[in-house]
Design a protein around this ligand. Structure first.
Ligand code: ZN
Length: 163
């Protein structure tokens, strides 16, 4: 039995997760196509709603806006886009999952691709003076196919390009 504690002392519960959990899971046909194109061809594919014509990223079976099945109409997304907004956390913060302090080394950004589709990804640029909304960026993919297979994480980051 635990030692008797004063009422004001909090009692913490610690749960350790030391076991690696490697498993396989089915992506389904829609997200599966996106993963396949990223891994095999270094391309991002979105599908299109037949009613509102909006490109759905990530690919969806049903358009959330129109509540209709999307079907199988695909479009390759451009590799370039414009940063709409970014977040760069330079001070270490607590990771609620692992209880460790860390600072994310790369800024996280909302990027409007050149066809208007918005995706979230990391930026290579870490110089705060060079980070700005409206900066033009381009996807940089992991070179080796065996390193790919994680969907959008097959892109290492987005690199700044000239306009
Ligand atoms: Zn729609």
């Amino acid at each position: 039995m635990a030692e008797k504690k004063k009422k004001s002392e909090p009692e913490y519960i610690f749960v350790e997760f030391n076991t690696p959990r490697k498993y396989r899971w089915s992506t389904g046909p829609y997200v599966g196509k996106m993963y396949h194109e990223a891994r095999m061809n270094k391309k991002l594919y979105a599908n299109q709603c037949p009613k509102c014509k909006k490109m759905l990223w990530e690919p969806q079976v049903v358009c959330g806006r129109c509540k209709v099945e999307t079907g199988w109409k695909w479009k390759e997304l451009p590799q370039r886009g414009t940063v709409m907004q970014y977040t760069f956390i330079v001070y270490p913060m607590w990771d609620p999952h692992y209880g460790e302090k860390f600072a994310n080394p790369l800024p996280n950004a909302m990027i409007e691709m050149d066809d208007g589709t918005v995706i979230r990804h990391f930026l290579e640029e870490t110089d705060e003076k060079k980070l700005k909304e409206g900066m033009r960026v381009e996807a940089v993919w992991k070179e080796n196919e065996e390193d790919r297979g994680e969907g959008t994480a097959d892109i290492k980051f987005f690199r700044t390009i000239d306009k």
